[in-house]
Design a protein around this ligand. Structure first.
Ligand SMILES: [Ca+2]
Length: 118
């Protein structure tokens, strides 16, 4: 499947000779597939991190209560001491996640307009 490119540029034309050979086309498709898989894995990782952070927010006070109940007063005190830092950090992670989601959603909603001189 050779594809002529009169402009001399095609993303699949890796050696820039103006023709997309079957090998180049296959490489291009493989690259695109990997790119999509990477983006998917990245989204999954970020989503998991956000859920882990939210779960941590819920478990944290329970941790204080459990250590207190077990009589580990020093541990309970230490956990309570780092609570402000922890909560602010987790809030920042979750805010960054939702901010990114909102930005991505807005970008995919928008209409792209391209202009070219003829
Ligand atoms: Ca080529």
């Amino acid at each position: 499947m050779a594809e002529e490119t009169p402009q001399g540029y095609h993303p699949a034309d890796s050696n820039g000779d103006g023709v997309v050979t079957p090998e180049e086309h296959k490489m291009y498709l493989e690259f695109k597939r990997k790119e999509m898989e990477d983006a998917d894995a990245q989204r999954d990782a970020i989503r998991k991190m956000a859920w882990f952070s939210l779960a941590g927010l819920l478990v944290y006070p329970i941790g204080i209560a459990v250590t207190s109940l077990l009589g580990l007063d020093t541990a309970a005190g230490l956990i309570a001491d780092i609570a402000p830092t922890y909560f602010v950090s987790v809030a920042a992670i979750v805010a960054a996640f939702y901010g990114k989601e909102a930005l991505t959603a807005r970008r995919s909603d928008s209409v792209k307009v391209t202009q070219s001189k003829k």
